[in-house]
Design a protein around this ligand. Structure first.
Ligand code: NAD
Length: 282
């Protein structure tokens, strides 16, 4: 089994910066790169701010914070990834762009290195087929916010080898995460169950139930820490709609049909917390 020591993260957005932070904190040498220079700088600043907060709250020591930063290199060019045993791709959710980045990485990385994607909806089998190392490609779906959430869903494409699965599982566990193994189907495990539930909550609002009542019902009735509409606002209603559309079109069943009220909210630009208005005002 390949022993992963150096991890390369591509995409320094919400997810990529979180993954790089956790990898560097867990003792991996880590590279972070983004096609957009400003996004890379913002990602690095965000990590530094997070570490500073953790030191202030005495969650980590000042030494751990400086060791984490010493482990982390903002890359100037993708060619630096030739040093990586494993790459976690966390760029924009677009098949053509991901395929292009995978092809580029395929030509840069040593033959043994593994390629993983944090995609929420794109077929791992399809991404693997675009490379000359399909057995070394798999899905590693971290949850948002990465430093807080304990889960990584691992997704094997049709071609993923047992060795690749074992190595990515071991690396995820070294990052303090628990893994579950999903099959390569839309929504994997968590979004497949979560998104239809959130959609159902929107249907109740459309039928005239107050958002507060839906949320309190689920919080107090099923012990969920956050009501479904609060959670939908946090995830982003645009993102929720996007995932539901994928579930609907790829699985072909009416039960995944996005609620018309959700479509309207997104048309209005009411994406939830990030735009100041969703089912609640922020
Ligand atoms: P984001 O928009 O915050 O960040 C994406 C970053 O990718 C941007 O900084 C952008 O500049 C960069 N990028 C775009 N094209 C690139 C390229 N060709 N090369 C290098 N960098 C490029 O997005 P995010 O929310 O971090 O999502 C990233 C991935 O993680 C997506 O595949 C998404 O589906 C998945 N994901 C997101 C969440 C979530 O809650 N946001 C959760 C799990 C998985």
């Amino acid at each position: 089994m390949i022993d992963i020591k150096t991890v390369g993260v591509i995409g320094a957005g919400q997810m990529g910066a979180g993954i790089a932070q956790v990898a560097a904190m867990s003792g991996f040498k880590c590279f972070l790169w983004d096609a957009n220079r400003a996004a890379l700088e913002k990602g690095m600043e965000g990590i530094k701010a997070q570490l500073k907060k953790m030191v202030e709250k005495e969650k980590i020591s000042a030494e751990q914070s400086s060791q984490t930063l010493a482990n982390l290199t903002p890359a100037k060019a993708l060619s630096e990834y030739a040093a990586c045993d494993m790459v976690v791709e966390a760029i924009i959710e677009n098949l053509d762009i991901k395929l292009k980045v995978f092809a580029e990485l395929d030509s840069i990385l040593p033959a043994n290195s593994l390629l993983t994607s944090n995609t929420s909806s794109i077929s791992i089998t399809r991404l693997a087929a675009g490379t000359k190392r399909p057995d070394k490609v798999m899905g590693a779906h971290f949850m948002n916010p990465v430093p807080v959430m304990k889960l990584v869903e691992l997704i094997r494409g049709l071609q993923t080898s047992d060795e690749t699965y074992a190595a990515v599982k071991a690396a995820s566990e070294k990052m303090g995460k628990t893994t579950v193994l999903a099959v390569d189907s839309p929504g994997f495990i968590v979004n497949r169950i979560l998104c239809p539930m959130l959609n159902e909550a929107v249907y109740l609002v459309q039928e005239g139930v107050k958002p507060e009542d839906v949320d309190n019902g689920m919080k107090l009735g099923t012990n969920q820490p956050m009501g479904p509409l609060t959670l939908a606002d946090f995830i982003g209603l645009d993102t929720l709609l996007y995932v539901l559309r994928i579930l609907h079109s790829e699985l072909g069943e009416d039960k995944y049909r996005p609620c018309p009220l959700l479509v309207k909210y997104v048309e209005a630009g009411w994406y939830g917390k990030k735009t100041g208005r969703g089912f609640y005002k922020y």
